[in-house]
Ligand binder design. Sequence first.
Ligand code: HEC
Ligand SMILES: [Cu+2]
Length: 318
Amino acid sequence: MLLTGCGGVQSSLAPKGPAAAEIAHISWIMFVGAALILLLVMVLALYAMYRAPDKRVPVAANKLIVAGGVAFPAITLTALLVYGVWSMGALRGDPQPELTIDVTGNQWWWEVQYQRDVPSAGFTTANEIRIPVGVQVQLRLHSNDVIHSFWVPNLAGKMDAMPGRVNSLVIQADNEGVFRGQCAEFCGAQHARMAFFVIAQPRDEFDAWMAQQRAPAAAPTSELGRRGLEIFRNNRCMECHAVRGADGIAVKTRPGPDLTHIASRTHIAGGTLKNSRDNLKRLIADSQGVKPGSHMPSFPDLSADELEALAAYLEGSP
Ligand code: HEC
Ligand SMILES: [Cu+2]
């Protein structure tokens, strides 16, 4: 049990960016301070219990109460409050974000929009936020339904995503890495399967990824892929999913994740499954088994061949 806490994955005690480092610092100060005070109280309790009565040093009760019960907590808590407020200021600081990303909570997945204000250059992905290493990135947090909370413990504190309001959170990763995050506010049946990944990459890799995402999906070249696109068109998939390039509509909001370059994502269904052909087929056929209650219907009537074609089309490979 104790050792599972030491891996550093999704742990605020393993900070990988300045905001998280500040939070970890406060946590340690509070932990050590509380441990010292507990030690003091225990020593006093043991003294009172076991010291021979005739050898005890008498202290007047009201003196003890005024010193230990009023003055001491007032001083320590005030100091902690001042330090906490000061750190909050340092956390907010004066961000100079190089990049702004719109992240929208949905029951139960995250929509991620790059350059939302410039539709011709923008693109949309899901449950995966790529950022360049070492720069401040501003996230504008929205919600389409209920209150969610965006939390990547290795990089920053929690921030609510609320309907009708835009909250801002600045994240920065000091090094390359993949940081798991999760919705941190109970938001319904599949709240626990609403994870996401922040992937910090060197600038050139990030720019290459941006360019690749910006391009529309290529038309399928294989027979299987073409069949997959046809099945995709004929099964209501497009009512909920956009694939830029497949339907002639550049950017349009649909209730489900944008599937344009889904092959490039590491996971599907809010971190529930690794992204593989088998898992794509499994999710499409049995979404309600994988994520019961989710807004993606199961398609149990698709044959194994049809599922294979659909997955091949979505992966953009034969
Ligand atoms: C009624 C709307 C709706 C329809 C119709 C629909 N989907 Fe979905 N789909 C969703 C939603 C919502 C999600 C997100 C589920 C979640 O993770 O909670 C999703 C998730 C997915 C994902 C995983 C995407 C990711 O990045 O996590 C794939 C792949 C997918 N759908 C494929 C399909 C295919 C193929 C069809 C047609 C056979 C289809 N969907 C029909 C709503 C729909
Ligand atoms: Cu949630």
